[in-house]
Write a protein that binds this ligand. Structure first.
Ligand SMILES: NC(=O)c1ccc[n+]([C@@H]2O[C@H](COP(=O)([O-])OP(=O)(O)OC[C@H]3O[C@@H](n4cnc5c(N)ncnc54)[C@H](OP(=O)(O)O)[C@@H]3O)[C@@H](O)[C@H]2O)c1
Length: 276
């Protein structure tokens, strides 16, 4: 596998949150810092990464691309086209890994004459603490070494899940890419409910945050019980939990969540179309 054996030079185009998470994971897993190059629009983040992690920095995206075998597009979706067109002459055999939400493989490849292999990955912010979820898609132009390499890249950041069809990346974006924000939203709502009922805010935060940890630990237990089974097991008929869930059902919370995820998916599709 190239990741362990040849350790290709990797260029990060954009040195923001996601790039920093991936670079930190790589360095922590023993990847040589001198094989990592980063660029960024503004200087400060680059200098910080250079001094804290010892990676190389390049002045332009084209210079970084020229030296690398793997190019990671870690810029916001809106600047991917501009970034790719300015690097076009430097791309021939390199593998391109794009983190950009909603930007299709075809719309990236069209900037290059050499039809490079492109893999899309959709990470989420828990990657910053090695608890991420990363949906990955690569088409038939991607070989098994390249797939293994990308998996190794994310090994220290969380769990990877391969997706069979590129269109489904919009659902991945809606579910796990944006997903942490939904849990934060639910957490905010639970804390507010406790405060409204008269409990101290710090106490509410402790109760709600630790409850989330406990619930997730139960979901990941060895018994493999589903969320539904666990919910039914703690919901005594006519008890307190049942009283709350009756209100969720009356307000059709499941349908509301379905519409919200559909809306996020539609937004991803719109962004894909704009990138074409
Ligand atoms: N964060 C997430 O939860 C998440 C989840 C899934 C996917 N993603 C994807 O990951 C990508 C990066 O997201 P992020 O959260 O890391 O964003 P971010 O923190 O804003 O990082 C993007 C970086 O790109 C730099 N940049 C802008 N234009 C550039 C250019 N022309 N050349 C080089 N660098 C340039 C920016 O520089 P400045 O310092 O000048 O702004 C910024 O540091 C996005 O495409 C996003 O869709 C993010």
């Amino acid at each position: 596998m190239p990741f362990e054996t040849t350790q290709p030079v990797i260029a990060f185009i954009g040195a923001g949150n996601m790039a920093k998470a991936i670079i930190t994971g790589l360095i922590n897993s023993g990847y040589p810092a001198q094989k990592i190059i980063a660029t960024n629009r503004s200087e400060q983040k680059l200098q910080r990464l250079h001094s804290s992690l010892g990676i190389s920095i390049a002045e332009t995206n084209a210079q970084a691309a020229q030296k690398a075998e793997v190019i990671i597009l870690a810029v916001k979706p809106g600047v991917v086209a501009e970034v790719c067109s300015k690097m076009a002459d430097m791309i021939n055999h390199q593998l391109i890994l794009s983190l950009a939400a909603g930007i299709t493989i075809e719309s990236i490849q069209k900037h290059f004459k050499t039809n490079p292999s492109v893999i899309r990955a959709m990470p989420n912010t828990p990657c910053l603490i090695s608890k991420g979820t990363i949906g990955i898609y690569g088409d038939e132009g991607v070989n098994s070494d390249q797939r293994s390499f990308v998996e190794s890249l994310f090994e220290n950041l969380g769990k990877t899940v391969w997706i069979d069809c590129e269109k489904q990346m919009d659902i991945v974006t809606a579910l796990s890419g944006s997903g942490p924000a939904y849990y934060f939203y639910l957490t905010e709502a639970l804390i507010k409910a406790g405060v409204d009922l008269g409990l101290d805010e710090d106490i509410c935060s402790s109760l709600v945050n630790q409850t989330a940890l406990g619930a997730v630990a139960m979901l990941n237990n060895e018994d493999n019980q589903s969320a539904k089974e666990l919910r039914i097991a703690v919901t005594s008929p006519n008890g307190t939990t049942a009283a709350a869930i009756r209100i969720f059902d009356e307000h059709k919370l499941t349908e509301i969540i379905g519409s919200a995820i559909q809306s996020a998916t539609n937004r991803g599709i719109e962004m894909s179309k704009q990138s074409e």
